[in-house]
Design a protein around this ligand. Sequence first.
Ligand SMILES: NC(=O)c1ccc[n+]([C@@H]2O[C@H](COP(=O)([O-])OP(=O)(O)OC[C@H]3O[C@@H](n4cnc5c(N)ncnc54)[C@H](OP(=O)(O)O)[C@@H]3O)[C@@H](O)[C@H]2O)c1
Length: 285
Amino acid sequence: MTILIFGRNGQLARALKRSLTARSQAYSCYGQVEFDLLTKTQDIAPFIRRNAPSAVINASAFTDVDAAETREADANRLNAKAPGIMAAACNAAKIPFIHISTDYVFDGTKSGLYSPDDKREPLNAYGRSKAAGERAVMAAGGQSVIIRTSWVYDARSKNFFTTMLHLAKTETHLNLVSTQFGRPTYAGHLAEACLAALDHMPPHPQIYHVSNSGPIVSWADFAEAIFERAKLFPDIERVDEAHFPRPAKRPSNSALDISAFERDFHYPLEPWQTGLELAFQDMER
Ligand SMILES: NC(=O)c1ccc[n+]([C@@H]2O[C@H](COP(=O)([O-])OP(=O)(O)OC[C@H]3O[C@@H](n4cnc5c(N)ncnc54)[C@H](OP(=O)(O)O)[C@@H]3O)[C@@H](O)[C@H]2O)c1
């Protein structure tokens, strides 16, 4: 049976395609060109019914955090309305549904790790839309798992990893934020965790946290690990986030407690250093 993926060229969508291909598992994936979730929202349920997949994974989202500040209606349509409809359609078809959410549903003021049942207090429009998406998926019932993740990157997209490598090759002095903390998530590991969840779906909707394991780091710490592996040595200055004013506020603490996922799915998550090494190997291939 075929797994239906919403998303095609995004970081998670591409990692899912790779993992499913390696498993010889049939899938079909639909990005914005094939199925625009903003304009075809009402067609989502009939589309899922027609395709009769064995499971649905929603790897699509409005992910431009700053743009969401001025396009909140679009962010809500993609991040809240669409996943709610997907979850209801999956429930009606009695098939599992995996939806991805974010550390940005929290305000980042907690000291220590965020657990899945901590209160949502988003700081920005993107976070509000993703929090609304979680509520919609939970309300739809059925075998749904919401995976909240943080700091996702791969070797090819425009993300923190590729941006740092580019900057370290083109600039001699870099300002790096050392006041925001979390754990990076290699897209390949996130994809594998989604597939592990599919193997043991709970009967009712549940929220889990998935990131790479390993020490909590700041963006500056993560950048330094990237530079060390790449043998690039720019002059670094540690700064606070006020140094880079942006339209959307970001949480200072994004560290997620991943222990429930590891326990319930019998799935130890890899340290972020392993994810980083895999990203380098992928880039060098
Ligand atoms: N990136 C992060 O640091 C991060 C952190 C926490 C949580 N997350 C969550 O993780 C999930 C995956 O993120 P990602 O990093 O893989 O995102 P991404 O690389 O930005 O990809 C976004 C995906 O959404 C699809 N999409 C965007 N607009 C669409 C539309 N109008 N109609 C249909 N599809 C549309 C894109 O379609 P195409 O395939 O056509 O390009 C793409 O596949 C998202 O739910 C995101 O909120 C990400």
